[in-house]
Unconditional design. Structure first.
Length: 147
């Protein structure tokens, strides 16, 4: 049977650098990220929805705001950037960096965010089946859960 799906768009601003990038993305820079979170369920709820769009925002959107918005997403192996951002946070009371398990590319972010969104939302027959991360207005990466 086909599953019913719905998608919510969320946005946040963050800086990152891709340490091993062969071009300018190896330099610290920022993006206005857009994240499309697609949820699915075998059946619609009593209202006729996969999930309330507001639930996606209040749960996963809040997590994004609390952890990634207006901070620096830093590869856990990027010791120089981790030290600088952690010191800046301590000295000036700014947001701590988000320590990321690997290079913070759009592809890796999509996988990471799908796993996090599914941890937060995937209950009672609901699952997050796809996340699309827009890094720029014309570039995005998708990650889909296995069936």
């Amino acid at each position: 049977m086909l599953n019913r799906q719905c998608t919510r768009l969320l946005e946040f601003d963050a800086a990152h650098r891709v340490m091993r990038h062969e071009s300018k993305c190896a330099t610290l820079h920022g993006h206005r990220y857009k994240v499309e979170v697609t949820c699915e369920a075998a059946e619609l709820d009593y209202v006729g929805r996969v999930v309330d769009f507001g639930m996606i925002k209040s749960t996963f959107g809040k997590w994004l705001d609390d952890n990634m918005d207006h901070t620096t997403i830093v590869n856990e192996a990027d010791n120089d950037l981790l030290t600088w951002t952690a010191n800046d946070h301590r000295e000036r009371g700014k947001r701590a960096p988000y320590v990321f398990p690997g290079e913070p590319t759009a592809e890796n972010l999509a996988k990471h965010l799908l796993e996090k969104a599914d941890d937060l939302l995937g209950k009672g027959g609901l699952r997050v089946c796809k996340v699309r991360v827009w890094e720029t207005p014309n570039c995005y990466a998708d990650y889909e859960a296995t069936p």
